[in-house]
Design a protein around this ligand. Structure first.
Ligand SMILES: Cc1cc2nc3c(=O)[nH]c(=O)nc-3n(C[C@H](O)[C@H](O)[C@H](O)COP(=O)(O)OP(=O)(O)OC[C@H]3O[C@@H](n4cnc5c(N)ncnc54)[C@H](O)[C@@H]3O)c2cc1C
Length: 487
């Protein structure tokens, strides 16, 4: 009998749990430890943030699904991992977790495992930027709760516009090295769409602020895309969309402080500036979930298990090397811990070997460039292949075999930035890239396969986004034949 312990029930952890359960017979245990009893389809938080969806449309309770599927669910926050057990108390590897609700709230318990999947996603590191975040001076759409709060504030700004008051909306990245530009970009377009729908453009100023060197970098070093038969840069694609929506932009900006109605930022040229706003949604920097690791003697080994940013080190090439020497093969393919064979990190929880965007630094020494994008599709695929590899090992006893691989340098991704809502109203910029990580050896001309790296704008992409919302929620609810829907 094997115990597969999964930390986190987001896109990657939940996928891993369902796949592991489907692949393994009942004698094996699948356990999920996660603090939030709800599953949330994060990409649709954008629509919650503009009041077009309610939080309940992007969430559902995990427990009934896990009960139906014979997955054990523990509503707790993992605090530390003990991959060697503890020589004085417990032989077997375990995770220490703290209950977050109920009679045992605040109590800790140890959960043993044969295989561990760390799928704890990102810590939303608002603390890294003074004054950033929902309880301070800006909004977020990173969780459904944040998105609901953002909508309340946005609605108040819309009311002011209706009353003839001018409003400035500042949307983008809230840290010099934040990622997830795509989500913020989508939110900016949705705000522009809603303002335009209300015919209030003349009173609104929307500003996109980003740490990207050029717009359209999106943390993947930008891309050359095929668009209407021509090859163009994502810079041109993105700038033309912003122009079309009447959005101004500030690029190469590292936001370092927020006050009420004011953002302070440094530009890559070393100059410091301020930008006034009435409403602001800025994505925070991401860090690892803050798990600690201990060896059998209870000594802290966190620095060997986790990278400095708190993400788990896996089968990547972390050797420091100059940008020009980065290779597609540096990226991991099985997401196995560098230290422990039976420990894996899925989705955002793994440490990338390096960024995809070229590192940049201001004359003041501030690093201003996006960290790699951590999108849903690779997160789901990674969760799936880890579960498949574990199932393979459990069934065959061949603990060194990993028949399933999923390098981000060999995987494509689709990004649909949709604005508007409903079947007739809306438009989307759809971009697919293959592979996600540039491979200049294999594709010397464009860094990616130009046949599959394309961008288009129009209503069709918007339909796809809406359909995907329902499809992925169907899949996550593990309804009949859920596994036929790809990640
Ligand atoms: C607003 C927004 C819009 C987005 N839109 C898109 C999009 O359109 N397309 C796309 O591909 N991607 C999109 N993304 C990115 C996508 O949401 C992420 O790639 C995906 O959620 C990552 O999955 P994950 O499982 O690694 O992490 P998460 O989904 O963040 O899940 C992490 C899980 O771990 C749990 N957890 C945290 N700490 C602990 C702990 N200590 N112990 C146990 N559990 C813990 C959390 O509660 C959560 O259940 C968007 C992201 C945002 C913020």
């Amino acid at each position: 009998m094997s115990k597969i312990l999964i930390l986190g029930a987001g896109i990657s952890g939940h996928t891993a749990a369902l796949v592991a359960r489907r692949k393994l017979s009942k004698e094996h245990e699948v356990i999920v430890v996660s603090p939030n009893s709800n599953y949330q389809w994060v990409p649709s938080n954008i629509w919650v943030g503009v009041g077009l969806m309610k939080a309940k449309q992007v969430t559902f309770k995990l427990d009934p699904i896990y009960k139906k599927k014979n997955i054990k669910y523990i509503q707790a926050l993992a605090v530390s991992i003990h991959p060697e057990g503890n020589s004085s108390t417990r032989n077997k590897a375990f995770v220490r977790a703290e209950f977050v609700v109920g009679d045992r709230k605040g109590e800790r318990e140890d959960f043993e495992y044969d295989y561990l999947i760390n799928a704890t996603g990102p810590k939303l590191n608002f603390g890294a930027t003074e004054g950033l975040g929902p309880n301070k001076f800006s909004q977020s759409v990173c969780t459904y709760g944040h998105a609901e709060e953002a909508w309340k504030n946005l609605e108040a700004s819309f009311e002011k516009l209706e009353n003839g008051e001018k409003q400035t909306f500042l949307i983008g990245t809230g840290h010099a090295m934040a990622t997830c530009q795509g989500a913020a970009f989508e939110y900016a377009l949705n705000i522009a769409f809603e303002i335009n729908k209300r015919k209030l453009d003349h009173l609104a100023e929307i500003i996109w602020i980003s740490n990207e060197y050029e717009l359209g970098d999106f943390g993947m070093g930008g891309a050359y895309i095929k668009r209407g038969g021509y090859i163009t840069q994502t810079k041109i694609f993105t700038e033309s969309i912003l122009k079309e929506y009447g959005i101004k932009w500030i690029k190469r900006a590292g936001v370092f402080k927020l006050e009420k109605g004011k953002a302070h930022f440094e530009l890559l040229d070393g100059t410091y500036h301020e930008q006034h706003f009435d409403f602001s949604m800025l994505i925070p920097g991401f860090a690892g979930a803050g798990l600690k690791a201990f060896n059998q003697h209870d000594e802290d080994i966190s620095t060997s298990v986790f990278a400095a940013n708190g993400f788990m080190k896996v089968d990547a090439d972390y050797t420091p090397k100059p940008y020009e020497e980065w290779k597609a093969s540096d990226w991991p393919s099985i997401y196995q811990s560098t230290q422990y064979k039976n420990v894996y990190a899925a989705g955002i929880a793994f440490a990338p070997p390096h960024t995809m965007s070229k590192p940049m630094q201001s004359p003041n020494g501030t690093k201003i460039f996006p960290t790699p994008p951590r999108t849903g599709m690779p997160s789901g695929v990674i969760g799936k292949i880890i579960a498949e590899n574990i199932a393979h090992q459990v069934k065959t006893g061949k603990t060194d075999e990993h028949p399933h691989k999923a390098s981000m340098a060999k995987m494509g991704a689709a990004c649909i930035v949709s604005a508007g809502y409903g079947l007739r109203n809306g438009a989307a910029a759809t971009m697919t890239v293959f592979p996600i990580v540039q491979d200049w050896e294999k594709y010397p001309q464009w860094g990616r396969d130009i046949t599959y790296t394309v961008g288009e704008a129009g209503l069709a992409g918007h339909w796809i986004k809406l359909i995907l919302h329902y499809m992925f929620i169907y899949k996550a609810k593990a309804y009949p034949f859920w596994w036929l829907i790809p990640e």
